[in-house]
Structure formats: structure tokens, C-alpha cells
Design a protein. Structure first.
Lengths: 162, 324
């Protein structure tokens, strides 16, 4: 792809940074368990839209940033985000054809899987949630997907990010 | 759309396949996790990265701060605000002094005449402010605005105005992470303030509940008992309130009684907290030191009385050991 020059890359990084910010912003107690996977959502959009710009390496580095931010074992969130990116990339062509609600369904499964791995890794370090509530963020994220997608697409097209 | 094709093509054109890339990153992550969990090599790197990322918590907290600031502006002038802030810190320091009172009165009853020799060391403290909460709802950890540069050390006990909150588990240059008592990986040795019965209080993952492990069915513990830190693990200073017993369940099918307690500290509400610099000496050293201090005091008293016949110096060791 020698012909395509990277344009307005800062939008991608800014949106991802915003995702990190949202993922640590204070929330009321009852909303904590359903906190959307902001970083994963925004990352998924960019992976779907610009797979040549944003890929697994970005996901991994972003995951490391998350690990430092959350104080989890270094590599834990990195693994999760890489896994999500892998799944999204391998479903890439189908996913782009799907209508919005179907994309949401698929992403719910993808995020659910990621949360399951997250649960296993948490269990290794001793802090495991006692309930099935760990899938709640996946559900909330899937419900948010159409809106995130619309907002980011608007930005993407308006600023002509490439 | 030509644009779409341009975008999709390179995915197939370059680099190793997806599976291989996933494998590489997964192995890399696993190695990192193991190294981070088992060895110390990554700790400095981590604390340096923490330095870069901590502003995130500060930024994330901006809306809350702005709101707080706005309400304060409306209600009072800026001088009053500063004064209020100062008074809050002062009140916190004073309340901490009071915390020890309950334990001291109890001790007083038991040790009456020996107490004056058990010079209780008053620990130094540092006031810190909460700047962030762990986004994972299943772990109870908070981020505070004091770090290595302020002398914070690993395992340092943290209090609020009403009781023990937890301990420092990770230090970064200007911030540190505190593990709260109620995290389900945390345990703290406690004793019942009323009768000195020892137990271990384990976090449950519920911010309003601790559980006492291995308490015999016949043990003298009942609803409303105050649990204070026993200082047994030599991590937490002795005598600070930890929790109040909420219920004691005797189930004949269980080998031990089920004892539930509510932390006295406002774990999920306190904004200002205290870092305690307790005595780093071992109990033996402390016992010896206080015994020597007692002996010196006795000798002085004797010299002051001068002509009077010398009475035996009290066995200084016994009270000194009690002071631990």
C-alpha cells in the first residue's frame, strides 16, 4: 500500500486515550459491574475500519497501558485485547457485511469470550467474582456498539482518517 | 468501493498469518505475567510507567473535582475553603488519636498499675488523598496521592478517621496503590477488644463485610463486639479499630462459627486518609527499649527521693511485653 499515506492518525490515538480515560472514570457503585469495555469497543472500531493502521501490536501496547493503569499483572489486559483483535480480524470480512444489530451480537460473543479469559486470569491471582456478572460488561458493550460505531464513523469520515 | 478495497488488501499481503501473530503476543503476555508475578525485575519499569499514566486518574476525576469546586464556590469564599481544608486534616489527626482510646481504656482496666511503664509509642502519620478507585469492581484497591517520594513503603498501614482501611501494595514515584481490608485476597489479624480473643478477619469482596475465620463455636464473641488490630503479623500497628461484629451464626453442621463483621472505616467513602509510620523495630527491641526506659525512670525517681530506702525496681520486662 505505497499509495496510501497515513492521515490524521492522532484521531485514532486520541479516541483510544479517551477510551482509557473512560475506563478509569469514577462510576456509581451499582454501575461498576456493568462498566463497558470502552477501550475494546473503540479498538474494535478502528480494527474494523482501518486494519492496516490498527492491529494486534497496537492492541498489545494498549493492553500494557491498561495493565499499568489498573495495576493488574503486566500482560493480562494485553492478552485480552490481542485476543479481541484477533477474533475481530479473523471475522473481519463477514463482520463488515453484517447489519448493525448482527455486529452487536457477534461482538457480544467476542467480548464475552474475552471476559471469560479475564475471569480465568483473575482466578489465577486469587480475586475472582463469585457470580456470572462478569458477562455483564460484554452485554452493555454490545448494546453501546451501534452508538460508538456511529460516533467514530462520523469522526472518521469527517476528518478523513486513513 | 475502491476505497474499501484499498483498505482491506494489505491484511492479506503482508506479514505472518493472524494465528502466528496471536501466538507470539500470547506467549509474550504470558511470559510478562509470570515475570511480573514471580520476580522483581519489572517493578522499576512498572513504577516509571505508572508515572506517565497517573495523570489519567487525575483527568478522569476532573468532572467530580469541578463539581465539588463549583458547589464550594457558591457556598463560601476561597479563604474559608482553605481553612475548611486545613480543619478537616486537623480533625482527622485528632480523631486518629481518639481511636486508640477504646483499646487503651480496656488495657487500663487489665493492667492498671503497670500501664504507666508501658510507654505507648505514638506513631507518625502522613495525610493522603484518594485520587482513584480500581475500575474492576471485584478488587478493592484505591490509588492515593502519596508515593515513594513521600516516604511511603510497601505494606504500610492506611487508616481513615474511624479505623484501619488497608495496606500499601504498590508504590509509584508520586502515587501508591492501597489494598483495602475487604478485598478477598486480604486478611488481617484482629482481637476482640472486650476480652482479647484473637482471630483473623478475611475480606469477602463486599465493601461492608469481613469474616472471621476459624472461630470456635464456644468462643466468647457476640454481636456488637469491637475488633481491633492485634499487631500479630507485625504489619499493622496494634490497637486500631478494624470492625464491629454484626452477626455470629452457630451452625451445628459447620466446624466453626460463622462470624461476620462490618469495617469501622468508611472504606468506600473516605477521601482523606492517613499513612502510618509505625515503629520499624522488632517486638524484642521495643520490649528492651521500653524496659530500659522504665529502669532509667525508676532510677531517676529513686535519686530524687534520695534519702528514702530504695524499693525494688518493678519487673520492667512484663509490662514492656504487654505494650506490644
Amino acid at each position: 500500500m505505497a499509495g496510501v499515506q497515513p492521515r490524521n492518525g492522532w484521531v485514532i490515538w486520541l479516541s483510544l486515550a479517551l477510551g482509557l480515560l473512560l475506563s478509569v472514570s469514577p462510576l456509581p457503585e451499582f454501575m461498576q459491574i456493568g462498566r463497558p469495555l470502552w477501550v475494546a469497543l473503540i479498538l474494535t472500531y478502528w480494527v474494523l475500519a482501518l486494519p492496516h493502521r490498527v492491529g494486534m501490536t497496537t492492541a498489545w501496547i494498549l493492553g500494557l497501558a491498561q495493565d499499568v493503569l489498573f495495576g493488574t499483572q503486566l500482560g493480562q489486559n494485553a492478552l485480552i485485547l490481542t485476543l479481541i483483535t484477533f477474533l475481530v480480524l479473523s471475522l473481519h470480512q463477514r463482520l463488515r457485511m453484517f447489519p448493525m444489530w448482527q455486529q452487536s451480537m457477534v461482538l457480544m460473543v467476542v467480548f464475552g469470550l474475552a471476559q471469560l479469559v479475564q475471569l480465568w486470569l483473575n482466578a489465577l491471582t486469587g480475586s475472582r467474582p463469585p457470580t456470572l456478572a462478569f458477562v455483564l460488561p460484554a452485554l452493555v458493550s454490545a448494546l453501546l456498539w451501534p452508538w460508538i460505531c456511529a460516533i467514530l464513523r462520523g469522526l472518521h469520515l469527517r476528518l478523513n482518517v486513513n | 468501493m475502491a476505497h474499501e478495497e484499498q483498505v482491506i488488501k494489505p491484511l492479506f499481503a503482508k506479514g505472518p498469518s493472524l494465528g502466528i501473530r496471536l501466538l507470539v503476543f500470547a506467549v509474550l503476555s504470558a511470559v510478562l505475567m509470570v515475570i511480573d508475578a514471580r520476580f522483581e525485575t519489572l517493578k522499576p519499569l512498572r513504577s516509571q510507567m505508572g508515572l506517565v499514566l497517573t495523570p489519567f486518574y487525575w483527568l478522569a476525576d476532573v468532572p467530580v473535582r469541578v463539581w465539588d469546586g463549583a458547589t464550594q464556590q457558591i457556598s463560601s469564599r476561597s479563604e474559608l475553603m482553605a481553612e475548611n481544608e486545613k480543619l478537616k486534616a486537623e480533625a482527622l489527626l485528632l480523631q486518629r488519636r481518639l481511636q486508640k482510646l477504646a483499646a487503651l481504656t480496656e488495657q487500663n482496666v487489665r493492667l492498671r498499675e503497670l500501664l504507666n511503664s508501658a510507654a505507648l509509642v505514638d506513631e507518625e502519620v502522613l495525610v493522603g488523598e484518594l485520587i482513584g478507585v480500581d475500575p474492576n469492581p471485584y478488587t478493592h484497591r484505591i490509588l492515593i496521592d502519596k508515593g515513594e517520594k513521600d516516604g511511603v513503603f510497601l505494606g504500610q498501614p492506611v487508616l481513615d478517621a474511624r479505623g484501619l482501611m488497608g495496606q500499601v501494595v504498590e508504590i509509584m514515584p508520586y502515587t501508591s496503590r492501597v489494598l483495602l481490608l475487604t478485598d478477598n485476597t486480604h486478611s488481617i489479624p484482629v482481637q476482640v477488644n472486650r476480652n482479647g480473643l484473637r482471630a483473623i478477619a478475611v475480606g469477602t469482596g463486599n465493601p461492608e463485610r469481613l469474616e472471621l475465620r476459624h472461630v470456635a463455636d464456644t468462643a466468647d464473641i457476640k454481636e456488637g463486639d469491637l475488633l481491633v488490630s492485634s499487631g500479630m503479623g507485625q504489619r499493622f500497628p496494634a490497637g486500631y479499630p478494624v470492625a464491629t461484629v454484626k452477626e455470629v451464626i452457630h451452625d451445628s453442621g459447620q466446624p466453626f462459627a460463622i462470624v461476620r463483621a462490618v469495617p469501622t472505616a468508611a472504606l468506600n467513602r473516605s477521601r482523606y486518609l492517613l499513612l502510618v509510620f509505625s515503629d520499624r523495630r522488632t517486638p524484642e527491641e521495643r520490649a528492651n527499649d521500653s524496659a530500659e526506659a522504665q529502669e532509667a525512670a525508676d532510677r531517676e525517681a529513686e535519686q530524687a527521693r534520695n534519702g528514702e530506702p530504695a524499693t525494688d525496681a518493678p519487673a520492667a520486662d512484663a509490662p514492656a511485653q504487654e505494650s506490644n
